[in-house]
Design a protein around this ligand. Structure first.
Ligand code: ADP
Length: 491
C-alpha cells in the first residue's frame, strides 16, 4: 500500500494534538483534546501523567477511525512536545512517583537558589547554554528525588517526549533527543552528552536519564491494529516550529505569538553564548549535523489580549481586538504588560504593569491598540538583543501562534521592527516541523528542497512608517518601560 501520510503528535501544555500531513505539507486532519493543568496551594503547577499519555492514545485512535486511515498508509510518526516538563516513574510498574511537574512551575526555586549560592552558575551556562532557573528540569528532578526518596535502581526520568515514547513503544524504548535533553540543565551542548560534573554537583544519578540521540532517528515502532509504524523524529516544540517554518538557514527567525512569545533564530553550526540572558539551544541534530539556535522569550503576548477580554472585559473575543485597534487613531498610549515582571532584556521580576499617556478622550479602542502594540514592542526588544549578539541584520519574521492571526499586530510588528513579517497559511507549524523531520528520515520527502516547495504563505506585511516615526515610537516605549520600572510602591 502506498505511503500517503505522516502523523505528528504535538503534546503541549494545554492540549494534545495529532495531525495528519500529506506529501504537499498540508495538515489534512487534526484531532485535539485539552489537558488539565493544576496549581496547588504551595504554587506547584502539575499535570496528570496518565492524562498526557491517554490523551495521545485516544487521539491517535480517533485519527485512524474518524478519517478512515489505514495504518499501512502512514509512513512514519514524529513527536513534538512541551519542553522541560518533568516526569519520573518506576521502570517496573510504570507508575509515576509524582505528578508531572510543568515547566511553568517555579516552586523549586529554593533548590536553584542553593545551586546559585554554591557558585555553579557560570559553569552551568558554559556547558548548557542556560541560566540556572526552576524553569528547566534539573531542580524538578531533585525535588521529586528528595520528596519521594524512590529506590534509584527503579527510577526513570523523562521529559514528555521520553515518557510518550516509552508508552508508545510498549515500554521498550527509553530515549530522548538532543533538543529535549538540552532543556534539562544537565546536558552539555558542546560535548553532546549528559554532563558528569553537573550531575555530581546537583546530586542526580546518571542511571535515571534516557539515552540521548539525534532528532531524526529510529525511535522504535508504534503498533496500531497489528501494523508497526516507525517513530522517526522527536523534537521540543519551539525548535519544531523553527523547522516547520523552514528556518533552515543562519539568520532565519520565527516568532510564535501564543500566550507568551518564543523567538528563535537559526545560528547554524555556532552555539552563540549570550551575555544578555538569551538561551543557547540546539535547534536540531539531523543527518548527524547539529544546528543551533538562540532563543528569547516574552512572558506576556496573547495573554495581554486575554486580560483585556476576561478581566478588563473590554473585548468579547480575542479576534475582535483587530477591528477595535483599527478604530483607534493613536499610538501615543503605552501599555507596559509587566503582569509577572519583565523578561529580556530587563529581567525585573518585581515591576508591575502600567498604562501611560491616557487623556480625557482615551477610549477602549485606544487601550486595546496600545496593548497589541506592547506585544510588538516587547518582541522588538528581543530582536534588538538578537541582532547585537549575532552581529547581523534580520530580514524577516515567520510568525505563528494564536495572536499571529491578528493582521493589525503583524503590521505593527513590521512597522516597529522595520522588517517583513510572514503569516503562514498553516496554523499547526509546530506539528509540521516534527512531521517534516520524520518524513525526511523515512524517505517520504527526499530532501529539504522538496519540503521547501510546500511552503504556503497567507500574507506578507511590510513596514509602512518612516524612520523618524519608528524611532519616536520606540524611544517612547523605552521611556514608558523606564517609568514603569521606577515606580516602586511602598508595601
Ligand atoms: P498557547 O499555545 O500558548 O496556548 P495559542 O497559540 O493557542 O497559545 O494562542 C492563544 C493566545 O493568542 C491567547 O492568549 C489569545 O488571547 C491570543 N489570541 C488569539 N487570537 C488572537 C487575535 N486574533 N488577536 C490577538 N490575540 C489573539
Amino acid at each position: 500500500m502506498p505511503k500517503k501520510y505522516i502523523i505528528a503528535i504535538d503534546q503541549g501544555t494545554t492540549s494534545s494534538r495529532v495531525v495528519v500531513v500529506n506529501k504537499e505539507g498540508d495538515v489534512l486532519y487534526k484531532e485535539q483534546m485539552p489537558v488539565a493543568i493544576n496549581e496547588t496551594r504551595n504554587g506547584e503547577i502539575l499535570q496528570d501523567p496518565q492524562e498526557l499519555i491517554d490523551s495521545v492514545l485516544v487521539l491517535l485512535d480517533r485519527t485512524f477511525k474518524r478519517h478512515q486511515i489505514d495504518p499501512n498508509e502512514v509512513c512514519s510518526i514524529g513527536i513534538t512536545n512541551q519542553r522541560e516538563t518533568t516526569i519520573m516513574w518506576d521502570k517496573n510498574t510504570g507508575k509515576a512517583f509524582y505528578n508531572v511537574i510543568s515547566w511553568q512551575s517555579k516552586h523549586t526555586i529554593d533548590i536553584t537558589n542553593d545551586w546559585i549560592s554554591r557558585g555553579y552558575e557560570e559553569m552551568v551556562l558554559r556547558k548548557t547554554g542556560l541560566k540556572i532557573n526552576p524553569y528547566f528540569s534539573a531542580s524538578k528532578i531533585k525535588y521529586i528525588l528528595d520528596v519521594c526518596k524512590p529506590n534509584i535502581d527503579n527510577v526513570m526520568f523523562g521529559t514528555v517526549d521520553t515518557y510518550l515514547l516509552w508508552h508508545l513503544t510498549k515500554r521498550q524504548v527509553f530515549k530522548t533527543d538532543i533538543t529535549n535533553a538540552s532543556r534539562t540543565l544537565l546536558y552539555n551542548i558542546f560535548e553532546e552528552k549528559w554532563d558528569d560534573e553537573i550531575l555530581e554537583k546537583f546530586e542526580i544519578p546518571k542511571s535515571i536519564l534516557p539515552e540521548v540521540v539525534d532528532t531524526d532517528d529510529y525511535f522504535g515502532d508504534f503498533e496500531y491494529n497489528g501494523v508497526k509504524i516507525p517513530i522517526n523524529a522527536m523534537i521540543g516544540d519551539q525548535q519544531s516550529s523553527l523547522f516547520g517554518h523552514q528556518c533552515f538557514n543562519e539568520g532565519d527567525l520565527k516568532a510564535t505569538y501564543g500566550t507568551g512569545c518564543f523567538i528563535l533564530i537559526n545560528t547554524n553550526s555556532t552555539p552563540v553564548i549570550s551575555s544578555s540572558g538569551l538561551l543557547t539551544t540546539p535547534a536540531w541534530k539531523i543527518g548527524g549535523k547539529t544546528t543551533y539556535a538562540l532563543e528569547g522569550s516574552v512572558f506576556m503576548a496573547g495573554a495581554v489580549v486575554q486580560w483585556l477580554r476576561d478581566d478588563l472585559k473590554i473585548l468579547r473575543s480575542a479576534n475582535e481586538s483587530e477591528q477595535m485597534a483599527l478604530k483607534s487613531n493613536t499610538n501615543d498610549i503605552y501599555v507596559v504588560p509587566a503582569f509577572v515582571g519583565l523578561g529580556t532584556p530587563y529581567w525585573d521580576s518585581q515591576v508591575r504593569a502600567s498604562i501611560l499617556g491616557i487623556n480625557r478622550k482615551t477610549n477602549q479602542n485606544d487601550i486595546i491598540r496600545a496593548a497589541l502594540n506592547s506585544i510588538g514592542y516587547q518582541i522588538e526588544d528581543v530582536l534588538k538583543i538578537l541582532k547585537h549578539e549575532m552581529n547581523r541584520e534580520i530580514t524577516s519574521i515567520s510568525s505563528d501562534g494564536g495572536a499571529s492571526r491578528n493582521n493589525y499586530l503583524l503590521q505593527f510588528q513590521a512597522d516597529i521592527s522595520n522588517l517583513r513579517v510572514i503569516q503562514t497559511k498553516e496554523m499547526e507549524v509546530t506539528a509540521l516541523g516534527a512531521a517534516y523531520i520524520a518524513g525526511l528520515k523515512s524517505g517520504f520527502w527526499k530532501n529539504q528542497q522538496e519540503i521547501e516547495r510546500n511552503k504556503k504563505i497567507k500574507q506578507l506585511f511590510y513596514p509602512r512608517i518612516n524612520e523618524n516615526e519608528r524611532n519616536r515610537l520606540y524611544s517612547n516605549w523605552k521611556r514608558a518601560v523606564e517609568a514603569t520600572i521606577s515606580f516602586r510602591p511602598m508595601k
